[in-house]
Design a protein around this ligand. Structure first.
Ligand code: PLP
Length: 368
């Protein structure tokens, strides 16, 4: 009854637009954590691999195993590092963890040293995110420790921007700090790849791209913020969400609707019931006119509370609406469109959360 429609061709086009923007010499690591931002990690990885992507960013070892089982061949980087108990699995599946902390380094170095072979790792520096990573002034020392560790092999140096979508001065400053780290870490001549750019930094310009970029959001067709700057890289939304009307009924004026009767009809109305609610990732914060959906190419406001699996919308101004009509929760219908950014605005959140909530709670259908 509710379907998350994922357009593979839109994903390919977004990748090609990003690739054209960064140029041939910069590699693209597609970030597909959180089940591909709600789009399906394995499907998105296969689609991207088919389009030429050879590097993927994921959160956990389990995700890496699933990708290898599905036939993903390229580099898989565990952005959250994984656990020392998982190191032999990382080796057998060629998964590359990020090293960001001294305790984690000690554990990994000890376990990897007991196993044959060397585990490829990426050194993470905290250039201002205030989260995971070593201090910039310790970058060189940690790179030397990793190189000296019998079971580890340093293949990357990386960081992450906190405000690449907004604060250009801060982002430039952090990029300079990162540049100094890259220089010292590479001083010993090793071929270590540098990567720091998320979608926003990638789309901003070459100065942030280094050897490899790590876009997530942009691949799924969303822009980092409302700034028109981004639009020079054309992106197409990959996800749409479709529901169906299960009932249409007339209601008199001043009738209380849904739990708590927080809304009442203001006039004799026609109301449509949709089989979607917060259990499907359609947030309760959209209740009582905050959220809208598309029916027959027009906007219908939500009336009353969004329930667990049910939502009522006001279709008084769409008199042809009837049971069985397609309802667009996210996406385009006729000349109207509801974007993940618009829903995020209604909910007081960001498009990332909208994609995860809707995409990870309903059945998906892949097209193209
Ligand atoms: C999620 C993530 C990204 C991708 O960020 P977007 O804003 O979606 O492009 C890049 N790098 C790291 C370390 C991440 O965790």
């Amino acid at each position: 009854m509710n379907i998350v429609r994922v357009d593979r061709e839109a994903m390919r086009r977004n990748y090609q637009a990003i690739k054209a923007h960064v140029g041939r010499e910069v590699e693209v690591m597609a970030v597909i954590k959180a089940d591909g931002y709600g789009h399906g990690m394995v499907e998105m990885a296969l689609t991207l691999q088919g389009a030429g992507v050879r590097h993927f960013g994921i959160a956990t070892v389990e995700q890496g195993i699933a990708l290898r089982q599905a036939g993903i061949k390229g580099q898989l980087v565990i952005l959250l590092g994984g656990r020392a108990e998982e190191i032999s699995t990382m080796q057998s599946h060629s998964l590359e963890p990020v090293i960001f902390d001294s305790d984690q380094f000690a554990e990994f170095s000890a376990v990897a040293g007991q196993l044959p072979g060397r585990l490829a790792v990426h050194l993470k520096i905290d250039c201002g995110m205030g989260r995971l990573g070593f201090k910039p002034e310790e970058a060189f020392a940690w790179s030397e420790k990793i190189k000296a560790s019998a079971g580890l092999k340093l293949v990357g140096v990386m960081s992450h921007f906190p405000s690449a979508d907004g604060d250009l001065d801060l982002t430039r400053h952090q990029n300079e700090i990162f540049g100094r780290c890259v220089e010292t870490v590479r001083a010993s001549g090793a071929s270590i790849k540098a990567h720091i750019a998320n979608s926003a930094a990638t789309l901003r310009g070459k100065e942030f791209c280094w050897d490899m970029v790590r876009p997530g959001l942009a691949l799924y067709g969303c822009y980092p913020s409302p700034d028109p700057l981004w639009q020079r890289t054309p992106l197409v939304p990959v996800m749409s969400v479709v529901s169906t009307i299960v009932q249409v009924e007339d209601a008199p004026a001043d009738k209380g609707i849904s739990y708590g009767h927080i809304d009442r009809t203001r006039r004799p109305s026609r109301l449509a019931v949709l089989p979607i609610g917060y259990a499907d990732g359609f947030s309760r914060s959209l209740s009582a006119g905050v959220g809208k959906v598309l029916i027959r190419g027009r906007r219908a406001p939500i009336i009353g509370r969004v329930c667990m699996n049910v939502t009522v919308v006001d279709v008084t101004d769409i008199p042809e609406a009837c049971r069985g009509d397609e309802v667009i929760i996210l996406g385009r219908q006729g000349n109207e469109q509801i974007s993940a950014d618009e829903i995020a605005g209604w909910m007081g959140t960001i498009s990332y959360e909208v994609l995860c909530l809707l995409g990870n709670n309903m059945k998906r259908q892949y097209i193209n």
